[in-house]
Design a binder for this molecule. Structure first.
Ligand code: FEO
Ligand code: CA
Ligand code: CA
Ligand code: CA
Length: 598
């Protein structure tokens, strides 16, 4: 009510104040429930969660750990039901196992961790009276995908020598997926999942490319290499080349083998989001989440087919195998750079400029061509970071989620932070990454030339520079700073039905817990930013799904604070004191049943 009713449509709620409550805090007049927690059984035969006696077999039938990306899809023919697809990015062994000894993990613990990675598909059901959303165990669409199940490599680099191992001389069959962070939903009814920090699972890296990908030169923290030689590069140098892709999952075919698409390149894929060209070809945006790394786009050459026939679905599942992979280069058009402390944008007063998508390689039905001198097409698709280095792509402040607006086509590129920007020996601030020691992150708005998804050039401008609005280096698309919520470290983003951009945060540097925010992207209230919820101690907010009547968030790694263990928990969420901390998915709705924020 009151002043909040004048906010942008979709953002008319009393903002949640920054806080450190060990809870999910939502606006007045809103309700919430935990939809599903780590360990809840979802497959037929899976046992109830028993944290003191967890086994890999149990975990493989239960919801995985550290939920991140979420998709909420239709379930044809079943009223009030939806299919929830969730990423399980990584495991926190010290918070999972009583008495965990990081120097000596047991085989049982390691195998539970393998089974707790990957994806879950689980049907959820709405109680129309209460608004609660709850899981439907044993539904035939429910599925778990883990770090050990069967995957297929597709596209130009599949079968190449770079991808062959002693266990897989074909170079086409991989076991498992790792570190699935954010993702996207395709217009043809599949989901995409970015394999992000896969480097951390592999020991004994040695080559220059291993180092460029952040692979350590000694044992890993998890020590999986003691239990499966494929995690030891000294024994299997190519296994690591089979991770770092965009995974495509067909949630409507529980028997299908998920795919890893080499045509979209190999890097720390934060996410993958799809827009179609006017003639129906997929364009996929993806950021490489590392300080001073790049963001990319793939333009497919095949058109999506409509309809749900078997042949249409099979065709559409091959759309991400042929096309051109590009990397972004941004050029500013004013002399000034660092905006720290000045109180306004220096130079011409606008942080904006132009950019080009530099082609790296093209995959066709008859083979692939490299556009990068000195690199073969296989090398471009497997060592994509090196291709970006060679062509002089723009080094960004940790590209996280990238989201094209379904309303305008403008593309929002989330740069979460980069405290090394401007440090001695590191790149200086530039117009597209305009803040030295960038603690709080920023968001760029891209407009593809002629607003065509496949264009090879674009215009860009600064949309948001995050932080406390009293900090003169912040910017909220020109909206008055006295009327916005403080925000720090935007990460995953999603659009609501009104065209507002919602952002979840990871690593708040302002003393509050992480949370979920919405910002208007159009009209007179463009830049109006409001906080919708906060998450418990130690947690990051992930996977937002914003629908008319419901918001879903993944509460990832609650209780993940230095020194916390099962014996000494840092959070009592979600089940209260004395119970094990569990990552979980939360639904939020309006108590009166009306639309969110109207
Ligand atoms: Fe897994 Fe870049 O966040
Ligand atoms: Ca993320
Ligand atoms: Ca997103
Ligand atoms: Ca993050």
């Amino acid at each position: 009510g009151g002043a909040h009713t004048t906010a942008a449509r979709g953002l008319r709620f009393a903002p949640v104040a920054p806080n450190t409550a060990d809870a999910v805090t939502v606006p007045d007049g809103y309700r919430q429930n935990v939809v599903i927690r780590w360990g809840e059984p979802i497959l037929r035969g899976a046992p109830a969660f028993d944290p003191e006696n967890q086994t890999a077999a149990a975990q493989a039938g239960q919801f995985g750990y550290n939920n991140d990306f979420l998709a909420l899809l239709p379930v044809p023919g079943e009223r009030g039901r939806r299919l929830l697809v969730a990423n399980h990015e990584y495991t926190d062994e010290v918070l999972m196992f009583r008495g965990y000894d990081p120097r000596n993990p047991t085989r049982r613990q390691v195998e539970v961790a393998w089974a707790a990675h990957g994806l879950s598909a689980v049907v959820v059901e709405e109680d129309s009276r209460s608004g609660r959303l709850t899981a439907v165990p044993r539904h035939p669409l429910n599925r778990r995908v883990t770090a050990t199940g069967a995957f297929r490599l597709t596209g130009p680099a599949a079968g190449s020598d770079l991808l062959k191992t002693s266990a897989d001389p074909s170079g086409r069959k991989v076991l498992g997926t790792l570190n699935n962070c954010s993702g996207g939903t395709t217009p043809w009814g599949t989901t995409l999942h970015g394999e992000e920090n896969f480097n951390q699972y592999f020991a004994n890296g040695s080559s220059a490319t291993d180092l460029r990908y952040g692979i350590g030169t000694s044992a890993t923290e998890r020590k999986w290499e003691r239990f499966d030689r494929r995690f030891d590069l000294a024994q299997e140098p190519n296994e690591v080349h089979r991770f770092g892709y965009v995974v495509e999952f067909d949630p409507y075919d529980p028997g299908s083998t998920p795919r890893k698409h080499t045509a979209l390149g190999r890097f720390k894929h934060e996410a993958a989001t799809v827009r179609l060209t006017d003639d129906g070809r997929p364009v996929v945006y993806s950021g490489d989440d590392e300080r001073f790394d790049y963001f990319y786009k793939f333009v497919g050459s095949k058109r999506m087919r409509h309809g749900n026939s078997r042949s249409a679905r099979e065709h559409n599942l091959s759309l991400l195998e042929e096309g051109t992979l590009y990397v972004a280069k941004l050029t500013g058009d004013s002399p000034a750079t660092d905006i720290d402390g000045s109180g306004k944008l220096p130079g011409d007063g606008e942080f904006d400029g132009s950019g080009t998508w530099i082609p790296l390689a093209t995959a066709t039905a008859h083979g692939a061509v490299s556009h990068v001198e000195g690199m073969s097409a296989d090398e471009v698709f497997v060592f994509t970071r090196l291709a970006g280095d060679k062509v002089g792509a723009t080094k960004m402040d940790r590209p996280e989620d990238i989201q094209p607006s379904p309303h305008t086509g403008k593309v929002y590129v989330v740069l979460t932070n980069n405290t090394n920007r401007g440090k001695a020996g590191s790149p200086a601030a530039d117009e597209a990454n305009p803040r030295s020691g960038n603690k709080h992150g920023h968001i760029l708005e891209l407009t593809e030339r002629h607003n065509r998804a496949e264009s090879t050039s674009f215009a860009w401008s600064l949309f948001l520079v995050a932080g406390d609005p009293s900090d003169p280096s912040t910017y909220f698309a020109g909206f008055p700073k006295g009327r916005v919520s403080p925000i720090s470290c935007p990460d995953n983003v999603a659009f609501d039905p009104h065209g507002n951009l919602w952002m979840s945060t990871d690593g708040n540097q302002l003393g509050s817990h992480d949370g979920l925010f919405g910002v208007a992207t159009r009209g007179e209230r463009r830049g109006e930013l409001k906080q919708f919820l906060t998450v418990p101690k130690g947690a990051e907010t992930c996977g937002p799904v914003i629908e008319d009547r419901r918001v879903l968030v993944a509460v990832q790694h609650p209780g993940e604070l230095d020194g916390a263990t099962v014996e000494k928990p840092a959070s009592a969420w979600p089940d209260g004191p004395g119970r094990i901390v569990r990552p979980a998915v939360v639904a939020v709705w309006r108590a009166d049943g009306c639309d969110i924020g109207v």
